[in-house]
Structure formats: structure tokens, C-alpha cells
Write a protein that binds this ligand. Structure first.
Ligand SMILES: Nc1ncnc2c1ncn2[C@@H]1O[C@H](COP(=O)(O)OP(=O)(O)OP(=O)(O)O)[C@@H](O)[C@H]1O
Length: 339
């Protein structure tokens, strides 16, 4: 379990001014969880992530991992604690002068592993990331996705309990991003590793996270299960991120038909309701017109959620009855236009 309490970070600018990058962050991340931290550029995501292993020294607050207070450790204690915390970065941070195998071996050599154990563990890790055939290649001979696989193998070589991922897929194309995310999800299942993912892309959260915190100007403005955030985003930032996904339903009415007496609503439902032929039942039972304008089903890491944007037609009491019937099936009805 990772616990952050009242984490603050103040940077001092060269001109003497100060930047409050983190303004008191409280967060609990469970064992074996893939937890996402999402925010716009400059929100403080990377700073927050880097306080967990004290790559960035917090100006205030406490970080604990498995009951050990990381923020109370001296340099020697911190060095030991960091063995249990792997990290991967946007630009991979591989050693150009070392081969793939040499990169994965590096942290083990630093820890004084025996050469034979290093060799075995490197072979095992390259197998996990499916790069056994590249053991003798140099980073410059690899694609971005392959470089990130090497970085993952290196980060996990000495069996950490926690993996911190700082925009690890931001430099990769969508297909490679998917393959790296599915590798991380597989490793999470295989090794029970806790993964903390910093990203500015909601699709990363959708693909692998079970819970997410949304950070804005150094504060958490919303957190919850990914399913909750998809079904019921409360903060403006969450809504903006959802609107950027290649899906519809949270566009706040832009470009939708605006006809008097025909309200437009977004229906948000979870996996079970998504299976029911609710719309046709509602039309039959109430006599309302329900015109589907757009729809999307999101497959989340742990479940599925969907949204439908619909236009209602009919007498006002008929429309009200149709909305009530839909709500009675645990579907959220958010009217986004009513004129
Ligand atoms: N070393 C530093 N010195 C001064 N200010 C800094 C430093 N590092 C970060 N900041 C400032 O702290 C704030 C948070 O930065 P941070 O890099 O954590 O944001 P971020 O959400 O990760 O953004 P991005 O997605 O662009 O990396 C920003 O205002 C940034 O300019």
C-alpha cells in the first residue's frame, strides 16, 4: 500500500519567485492496483510521481510504502527502499553504450548480484518482454516500443513491489502504446506488482487502470474508480479528457440538433445495462420517440461502460416518463440541451 499524506512541493525559480507544484496531496494506492494519475501539462503529475521514490524531495508531507515511511529515511535507507520501486520514463533513459542485455543487467550488477544470477535473470526478463532475440543489440538499433520494453525489463529485474510509470507511452504510436499497456497489464497480473501510471491520455487510463486521480494545479480535483469517472465525471478536467477520447457523449452538446421540445440527453450506463434493449422497451412502453444520435461502448480494464446521446420526442409528460423509465434501470440521464 502506498500512502501519500499532505504532499507539498515548492520550486524556487531562478528569479526568486516560487512555484507551488503540489498543494497538499492525499492518496492511497492499494497493493497490486494499477492506479492512474491524469492531468494537463504542468498540473504536477510528474512531480507527484517522483515524490514517491523521492527523486523529487517533497517540501512537506509523508510518503509511506508498505508501512515504511519513505520520507523519514536517510540516504542509505532510501537507497535500499528504492530497490523495491522500479521506474520507467517517456524517453526510456537507456544506456546507449550498453547492449539490451547490459541495460537489464545494470541494476543487478550495482546490487552485487553474482554474474550467473545476473545472466539468468536478464534472460528471464527479456523473455517476459519478448526481446530475447535482441539481447546483443544496442538501444540505437531498436524501435521506441522495443526501447520501452528494455526499460520495463530493467525496471523489474530486481523484483520491485512498485512500478512508477512517467508518461511511458507518450512518445509511442497508438499501436505500440497498446502493446506496451497490455505488457504492463500482463506483468501486473503475473507478478502482482503495484503500478502507478502518470499520463495525459485518458485512453491509457481506460486501457489499464482500475482507479484514477485527476490532478489540476497541484491538487486532486476528483478520484475514484475508472468506471465511476467514465459514467459520472464531475470535474471539468475529467469531462475535457473524456471529450478527447475517440468516442462521443461528452461533447456538451456541440453540433447536436437543437429542436424545440426535443431534449437531447447523454445516457451513461454500465456493462449490465448496456446489454438490455432498454431503448426499444422505453419506446414501446411510453410511446416516446428516442432518436439515437451517437453512442460508444468503452471497454475498461475492469468492466465496460457505455454512453448514448439521444434526442427525445413526444409530449412533455411522455418524454418525462421515458426518462424516468431509463433512470429506473440505473442509467444516468443527463440532459445536455433542452429548448
Ligand atoms: N525543477 C523545477 N523547477 C521549477 N519549477 C518546476 C520544476 N519542475 C516542475 N516545475 C513546475 O512545477 C509544475 C508542475 O510540473 P510537472 O512537471 O510536475 O507537471 P506535469 O503535470 O507532469 O506536466 P507535463 O505533463 O507537462 O510533464 C509546473 O508549473 C512546472 O513548471
Amino acid at each position: 500500500m502506498i500512502q501519500l499524506r499532505g504532499i507539498k512541493k515548492i520550486y524556487r525559480a531562478p528569479d526568486g519567485g516560487i512555484v507551488e507544484a503540489l498543494s497538499g496531496i492525499d492518496l492511497d494506492i492499494g497493493d497490486g492496483e494499477i492506479f492512474g494519475i491524469i492531468g494537463l501539462s504542468g498540473a504536477g503529475k510528474s512531480t507527484l510521481l517522483r515524490t514517491i521514490n523521492r527523486l523529487e524531495e517533497p517540501s512537506g508531507g509523508q510518503v509511506s510504502i508498505d508501512g515504511q515511511e519513505i520520507t523519514a529515511l536517510d540516504a542509505g535507507g532510501l537507497r535500499l527502499a528504492r530497490r523495491k520501486i522500479g521506474m520507467i520514463f517517456q524517453h526510456f533513459n537507456l544506456l546507449a553504450s550498453r547492449t539490451v542485455a547490459g541495460n537489464v543487467a545494470f541494476p543487478l550488477e550495482l546490487e552485487g548480484w553474482k554474474p550467473k544470477d545476473v545472466k539468468d535473470r536478464v534472460a528471464e526478463m527479456l523473455d517476459v518482454v519478448e526481446l530475447s532475440d535482441k539481447a546483443g543489440s544496442y538501444p540505437s538499433q531498436l524501435s521506441g516500443g522495443q526501447k520501452q520494453r528494455v526499460a520495463i525489463a530493467r525496471a523489474l529485474a530486481n523484483r520491485p513491489h512498485v512500478l512508477l510509470s512517467d508518461e511511458a507511452t507518450s512518445a509511442l504510436d497508438p499501436r505500440t502504446t497498446k502493446s506496451i499497456l497490455s505488457l504492463l497489464a500482463g506483468i501486473n497480473r503475473l507478478m502482482g506488482l503495484t503500478i502507478v501510471v502518470v499520463t495525459h491520455e485518458m485512453n491509457v487510463i481506460r486501457e489499464i487502470c482500475s482507479r484514477v486521480a485527476i490532478i489540476e494545479s497541484g491538487r486532486i480535483v476528483e478520484q475514484g474508480t475508472v468506471k465511476d469517472i467514465f459514467l459520472n465525471p464531475r470535474s471539468k478536467t475529467a469531462r475535457e479528457f473524456l471529450a478527447k477520447l475517440p468516442r462521443t457523449g461528452y461533447d456538451e452538446g456541440a453540433g447536436l440538433p437543437r429542436e424545440a421540445g426535443k431534449p437531447v440527453a447523454v445516457l451513461a450506463f454500465d456493462g449490465s445495462a448496456a446489454e438490455a434493449p432498454l431503448i426499444s422497451q422505453t419506446i414501446k412502453a411510453t410511446g416516446a420517440d428516442v432518436n439515437i444520435l451517437a453512442g460508444a461502448i468503452d471497454s475498461l480494464y475492469v468492466s465496460r461502460v457505455g454512453t448514448l446521446t439521444v434526442q427525445f420526442g413526444g409530449a412533455p409528460q411522455v418524454i418525462a416518463a421515458a426518462m424516468d423509465m431509463i433512470r429506473a434501470h440505473n442509467v444516468k440521464v443527463e440532459v445536455i440541451w433542452n429548448g
